[in-house]
Design a protein around this ligand. Structure first.
Ligand SMILES: C[S@@+](CC[C@H](N)C(=O)[O-])C[C@H]1O[C@@H](n2cnc3c(N)ncnc32)[C@H](O)[C@@H]1O
Length: 260
């Protein structure tokens, strides 16, 4: 991805400016000094819609649809519910527990991966893949540095291993049965509009449908099952061979599973 520039907040400290230059050489976007320009002016001057913004303790991307930054989002409440003995629909579909190993092929903003990591615990493992380099970088740094949450959430966040790679390129490098479960949460064929948490991610996220090949590879790599989240009534479950396991009567999303 090269259609972006890297800049800082106005009046950056030398550390922030240095970090912006490092990130620019790592990810390939051109570094430009912020001076006193507005985002709109910078976009016009540099012919891009996307600005990777480096701040003192975090990164964000300013896209045409808003500002994308890392936040645990729903993970906080879901972990609280799990700790109080309530269920979680994803965890019920994955059927994971302490010590499980999870390959999450679609990291996005990482909420699902944080909940998986909370359940897998210190003896388990969550590897999370993200094809877009800007999303991967923001979320990798957020998982490492975000500090405004409970110890349970932060510990789960720190354990996640983020890889900036396409799942179709990573899966073939994995041995048979090398993760207990493989999980996909692709961008829905029909976006759930009220899912505003995902609005800013949309211009950057890869929206291709899953291929039958990628699902076949996931089945080879999973020891127990492959799980996919999609919108209720999606034809993707039947097309890709997933059995719908979760009614979730009042929810707009559903989980499908391929058991081995
Ligand atoms: C709906 S979001 C995932 C949301 C995530 N489950 C969460 O809890 O925040 C889908 C993400 O997967 C990424 N993605 C889509 N196809 C991919 C692929 N083939 N390999 C790796 N990442 C992919 C998209 O760029 C996007 O960031």
């Amino acid at each position: 991805m090269d259609n972006f520039i890297v800049t800082t907040v106005r009046k950056p400290t030398p550390d922030v400016e240095k970090l912006a230059e490092e990130i620019s050489s790592k990810l390939g976007g051109k570094f430009v000094t912020r001076e006193d320009f507005s985002f709109d002016k910078l976009k016009k001057l540099h012919g891009t819609e996307n600005i990777l913004l480096v701040k003192k303790n975090s990164l964000s991307v300013v896209t045409g649809d808003g500002e994308l930054f890392f936040h645990p989002n729903t993970a906080h409440l879901r972990i609280k519910n799990l700790r109080e003995g309530d269920g979680d629909r994803l965890i019920d579909a994955l059927k994971i527990s302490d010590g499980s190993t999870v390959l999450d092929c679609t990291l996005g903003l990482g909420s699902d991966a944080i909940v998986e990591s909370f359940i897998a615990g210190s003896t388990g493992k969550v590897v999370a893949l993200e094809i877009n380099p800007l999303i991967a970088e923001i979320v990798r740094r957020g998982l490492k540095n975000f500090s405004d949450d409970s110890e349970h959430v932060l510990t789960a966040m720190r354990r996640i291993e983020v890889v900036n790679v396409a799942a179709e390129n990573f899966l073939p490098t994995c041995a048979d049965n090398s993760f207990d479960v493989v999980y996909f949460d692709p961008m829905f064929r029909r976006p759930v509009k009220k899912s505003s948490g995902l609005n800013a991610i949309r211009p950057l996220a890869d929206g291709r449908p899953l291929s039958t090949e990628i699902v076949r590879e996931a089945v080879r790599v999973a020891k127990f099952r492959v799980v996919m989240k999609e919108h209720r009534g999606s034809d993707e479950f039947a097309r890709l061979g997933f059995k719908i396991v979760d009614g979730g009567k009042y929810s707009s999303v559903t989980f499908g599973v391929i058991e081995k």
